[in-house]
Design a binder for this molecule. Structure first.
Ligand SMILES: NC(=O)c1ccc[n+]([C@@H]2O[C@H](COP(=O)([O-])OP(=O)(O)OC[C@H]3O[C@@H](n4cnc5c(N)ncnc54)[C@H](O)[C@@H]3O)[C@@H](O)[C@H]2O)c1
Ligand SMILES: O=C(O)C[C@H](O)C(=O)O
Length: 317
């Protein structure tokens, strides 16, 4: 699949290196470059992953560096650099540190790979995606935040575990920002076409919604750092959809320009992914309760954007 393509990953930590591993094993692209401040560890991981390619018949070229020159001519740049949260922290606590890191990275990406599509992963995801768009003055469809696929796949897992059947057949939909106010949509969730609302009681669905909203924190509580296998898998789904121009629909964080009634803010909505990045934004009909939840989620992200503005993070308009 997409053999001529090059993907660069900024941040060769848990998420970045796992994305690299998945891409190499799935033969999703021809070349992967990882960039990290801690160059030695990144080079070691690149060698380690390279040495797993041969048994898989993969001829993906993998390298690592701290020098951004190596990302030139990337089709996609994925940003996973920055701090993960620790137990007791919220994703929002990472705002200032990761916003600063992202701004610096985007300056380099604009120099060495100005035409690449950018996928943001670092948290708090929606605000960081906004920072990347503004710092790089990108057209909105070329910077896309990863979170909705992860949150939806968490909800799918909780649903099949609750039901005890339908493993691998559940489709769940989560909109909204990647925070405690995310918007799981049971009305748009089903098990091989059977509506979730016909399979579980309201109480059971509420429990699943709560578990989904706190799925990231649950893992942080156990590991002392945040999740990376499912986040990497979700990012790979986006990369493959873009590289293969599949025009698949996924929930992703994008800059809204009137969709769902909001402007100049980033939030998670269903989008069509293709070779231009976001090809289209899908506007789901939301009922009043869903609209109210989405408004709350937009407001939470806007509070973070306001904090960045107050700290003079963006040039005054
Ligand atoms: N969007 C999501 O759903 C999602 C899911 C998982 C993790 N995350 C976020 O992804 C980020 C990375 O998580 P992780 O578990 O991989 O963390 P990690 O600590 O394992 O890796 C981060 C890496 O970034 C590197 N780094 C830091 N500053 C850098 C810079 N300026 N330039 C280049 N490299 C730099 C570090 O050296 C480290 O290797 C965190 O912010 C985390 O919250 C988001
Ligand atoms: O929970 C985190 O801090 C990491 C990530 O956003 C996740 O949801 O796993």
């Amino acid at each position: 699949m997409s053999q001529g393509k090059k993907v660069s990953i900024i941040g060769a930590g848990n998420v970045g290196a796992t994305i690299c591993y998945w891409l190499a094993m799935r033969k999703s692209c021809r070349e992967i470059v990882m960039i990290d401040l801690v160059e030695g560890v990144a080079i070691g991981k690149a060698l380690d992953i390279s040495q797993a390619t041969s048994p898989e018949g993969s001829h993906t070229l993998i390298s690592a560096s701290s020098d951004y020159q190596h990302i030139s001519n990337s089709d996609i740049v994925v940003i996973t650099a920055g701090s993960p949260r620790k137990p007791g922290m919220s994703r929002d606590d990472l705002l200032m540190i990761n916003a600063k890191i992202t701004k610096g990275i985007i300056e380099q990406v604009k120099i060495y790979s100005p035409d690449a599509i950018v996928i943001t992963v670092s948290n708090p995801l929606d605000a960081i995606t906004y920072v990347a768009i503004k710092a790089g003055n990108y057209p909105r469809g070329r910077v896309i935040g990863m979170a909705g696929i992860l949150d939806s796949s968490r909800m799918e897992t909780f649903i099949s575990r609750k039901l005890g059947f339908g493993y691998g057949q559940v489709t769940a939909s989560v909109m909204g920002g990647h925070g405690d106010d995310m918007v799981p949509l049971p009305r748009y969730s089903s098990v091989n076409g059977v509506a979730l609302t016909d399979l579980l009681s309201d109480l059971e669905i509420d429990e699943i919604i709560d578990k989904t909203r706190h799925g990231g924190a649950e893992i942080v509580g156990y590991m002392g750092t945040s999740a990376y296998y499912a986040p990497a898998n979700s990012t790979v789904k986006m990369i493959e959809a873009i590289l293969s121009d599949s025009r698949a629909v996924f929930p992703c964080a994008v800059l809204l320009d009137g969709e769902y009634g909001y402007h100049d803010t980033v939030n998670g909505v269903p989008v069509v992914l293709g070779s231009n990045g976001v090809e289209e934004i899908v506007e789901l009909p939301l009922n009043l309760n869903e609209q109210h939840q989405f408004a709350k989620s937009v407001n939470s992200v806007n509070v973070l954007l306001e904090t960045l503005r107050k700290n003079e993070f963006f040039p005054v308009k």
